[in-house]
Write a protein that binds this ligand. Sequence first.
Ligand SMILES: Cc1cc2nc3c(=O)[nH]c(=O)nc-3n(C[C@H](O)[C@H](O)[C@H](O)COP(=O)(O)OP(=O)(O)OC[C@H]3O[C@@H](n4cnc5c(N)ncnc54)[C@H](O)[C@@H]3O)c2cc1C
Length: 301
Amino acid sequence: MNVVSEKNFDIRKLTSFKIGGKIKEVFFPENVEDFENILNTYPNAKVFGNLSNTLISSDGYDGVVIITTHMDKIEIEGNTVIADAGVKGPKLAQIVCEQSLSGLEFMIGFPGSVGGEVFMNASANSQAISDSLTSVLCYSKEKGIVKYSKDEMDFSYRHSRCKKDNLIVLQAEFKLLSKNQAEIKQQMENNLQFRKAHQPSLALPNCGSIFKNPQGDSAGRLLDSIGAKSMTCGGAKVWENHANFIVNSNNGTSLDVLTLMYNLHTKVKDKYEIELEPEIIFLGGKNEKENELCKILYKVK
Ligand SMILES: Cc1cc2nc3c(=O)[nH]c(=O)nc-3n(C[C@H](O)[C@H](O)[C@H](O)COP(=O)(O)OP(=O)(O)OC[C@H]3O[C@@H](n4cnc5c(N)ncnc54)[C@H](O)[C@@H]3O)c2cc1C
């Protein structure tokens, strides 16, 4: 196995939040075989893609991390597309558009990887990754490599079987629809315009929506109503145009973000008796204050 790896790796440069400390060791596999070998050697390694939905502690993480973004093979045969876990969503959207294939237009607008999008069941602009997906090739600590059909993946809002069963996504297969290329391009352009109007660009480092929408309501609406848009903590602040985004406006730390999340969570709970659930994933463990906040926000024991 000849895989690029680095010890004591400064992860901050790779996270969309531009926050994160040193990781004990990071591996960058380039293909499924290498990825599987690393997982066999380090079955407890944490796997990430483009780190666009993840807050990593400024104090770092004392374990092994695998980043999939060097695994970027895409195979297209007719209407069937197989993409490696590390393929970036915007690239996949553009490549299938060149083949006049429709179903992944939503991916154009945000910086996820296929693996992260399957894990999160990412969605936008009335499309979800689960809509056009047919199967997922996964790695399981107990079973090794297993292919799950879409029905077996247990998809629901921001949820997939990966979360419950600790499955690692190696590849995903999609069945797309043939469509007029100009229409696909127009849809992607509309999606990008919508984003410009409603979400911060990555020039303001952020992680997308902070909290999930509670059943039948919108986290943004609830947060707006408690005055979130004027709330800050250290170098982290709530984006002034949408209350469910936190931006790293001035060298914010993970503790700034978690404290701000806690303050938002508490205010909504006090006013509505609704406990907002974080959409973003947190990786840390070394900082006691952060651990305390995570017990409340993520209900970790
Ligand atoms: C500006 C902006 C806008 C966004 N807009 C949207 C939006 O409209 N809709 C939406 O759904 N999301 C949105 N997001 C959030 C984010 O892009 C998605 O959640 C995306 O799916 C995360 O992909 P990632 O590769 O960056 O995941 P990461 O942040 O790397 O990881 C997220 C989670 O997925 C897991 N994971 C990653 N790869 C794998 C793998 N191969 N196998 C198993 N688990 C894996 C990680 O362990 C982690 O728990 C936005 C983010 C930003 C910054």
